[in-house]
Design a protein around this ligand. Sequence first.
Ligand SMILES: C[S@@+](CC[C@H](N)C(=O)[O-])C[C@H]1O[C@@H](n2cnc3c(N)ncnc32)[C@H](O)[C@@H]1O
Length: 251
Amino acid sequence: MRFDIVTLFPEMLRGPFAASIVSRAVDRGIAEIELHDLRQWGHGKHRKVDDAPFGGGAGMVMQPEPLFAAVESIPGQAEARTVLLTPQGRLLTQAVVDELAAVPHLLLLCGHYEGVDERVREHLADDEISIGDYVLSGGEPAAIVLVDAIVRRLPGALGSEASLDEESHTGGLLEYPQYTRPAEYRGWPIPDILLSGHHKDVQTWRRRQSLLRTARRRPDLLRAALASDGAVSDADRRWLEEELETKLEEL
Ligand SMILES: C[S@@+](CC[C@H](N)C(=O)[O-])C[C@H]1O[C@@H](n2cnc3c(N)ncnc32)[C@H](O)[C@@H]1O
């Protein structure tokens, strides 16, 4: 999968992409990431890319010409999906990550200052993504989040593909609690079931912990899982209602 990222601050992205899973995926040829410094397409001696907003107001707005020129210089851009990172975009969820992971070529536009000229949104971007309901100073941290979340979904990027299936959000629920050695730490033992060696019982315990955790921490996710076909079985539902001593409709 190829990512082209247009940014005023390529140095903000180099470090995060040079470590861990993303860097390994790049080394293995699973992902290709190209950074494009927007200043290259700026005007004049100072490579200006922004100007004051028409109509007045605080801050500067990124001009359309440098962004259009940068995108139009990228090989294969006509077939790529151009994504504007903006707090006004579709909220990034695991479902959106999975959708984007199926696109072979993403072109990410990072805004800065007061944001970008509206014509970029209207005529250059195919999609707009927000990583959360808060405002960042620039699109770069959002690009890091998006690339990381997508790359770990690409086949071969993680050591164990199985770990993807059980992760939080993948099946609509939060993951069960995880423990590792030592079996007792500062007097806090791990649940006995994990030492039992009974694979099936461990699976049941994990499933139930996952349901319970989601019900307590993210009832919104549990409601969505209940509404989606087959995500929560009748047996799961009965167990959970007994454990919580309440009807799930009342959560
Ligand atoms: C200070 S913000 C501009 C916010 C803009 N004035 C508004 O109110 O919508 C500067 C840039 O940061 C990026 N950004 C800020 N928050 C973001 C978020 N939650 N998700 C994705 N990108 C974000 C966008 O690229 C944006 O153009």
